[in-house]
Ligand binder design. Structure first.
Ligand SMILES: N[C@@H](CCC(=O)N[C@@H](CS)C(=O)NCC(=O)O)C(=O)O
Length: 217
């Protein structure tokens, strides 16, 4: 099936999207694809595929999401989002100050939010069997998560979305923020962050995307 999907994509010049239903990171890319109404062939992968030599030869990170789009073959949801937004000329503000705020929010997601609550942070720790959990680290990460929620509230001061208008930054931040709010990781999240989460959750493309991922169904 995977080879067939790839052949169809090569014939039609269509983008191939490597998706893992257990991956919150794939939700980000799916939101971008649906918001852009971009045509794509989906190849479903799992942990075994990701750890295999064939996948790693294509994508050295060994991670999902990943895409092949003509000459472009990349993983990393942020890089994928930038590529897709530039290609479609949407979800990326033209105005330099708004574009800079978009980039700021994306880097905060990658350097602050994701390491705190993501697979190598709090959720990674909570998924371990109880006997293997590092309780001290869990307490520290929970405290840090409150600070990150305040940072995100501060970044949203400019308007309803992180760049003012909706952009790829919102898709990038949505997965970890939604998971954290729904798992009650943030004790007292800023009201504007909760309002942004509700605004995003109500978008029809986000509803469609969420239904496809185990952590968000
Ligand atoms: N920074 C990356 C993170 C991607 C990532 O962590 N993907 C996970 C799934 S959520 C993965 O592929 N893990 C591989 C594994 O568990 O073997 C991104 O934003 O795309």
């Amino acid at each position: 099936v995977r080879i067939f999907a790839r052949l169809v994509a090569v014939w039609t010049g269509m983008l191939t999207y490597y998706d893992w239903t257990d991956s919150p990171n794939c939700l980000k890319t799916k939101i971008v694809l649906l918001e852009l109404d971009a045509p794509f062939e989906q190849v479903s992968v799992d942990r075994t595929t990701l750890r295999g030599d064939a996948y790693r030869a294509k994508f050295p990170t060994g991670m999902a999401p990943a895409i092949e789009d003509g000459e472009v073959r990349i993983s990393e949801s942020g890089a994928i989002a930038l590529h897709l937004a530039a290609r479609h000329g949407r979800l990326i503000p033209g105005e330099p100050a708004a574009r800079a705020r978009m980039a700021q929010a994306m880097f905060v997601e990658a350097s602050l939010l994701s390491p705190t609550v993501g697979g190598s942070g709090l959720f990674g720790e909570l998924y371990r069997p109880e006997a293997e959990r590092n309780e001290r680290r869990i307490v520290e990460l929970r405290e840090r998560a409150q600070q990150v929620a305040r940072v995100l509230g501060g970044l949203l001061a400019a308007g309803p979305y992180f760049a003012g208008e909706v952009s790829i930054a919102d898709a990038q931040l949505y997965a970890a923020v939604a998971k954290s709010i729904e798992a009650k990781v943030f004790d007292a999240p800023p009201a504007n962050l909760v309002a942004w989460y509700e605004r995003m959750t109500a978008r029809p493309q986000v509803v469609r995307a969420r239904a496809q991922y185990t952590h968000f169904r």
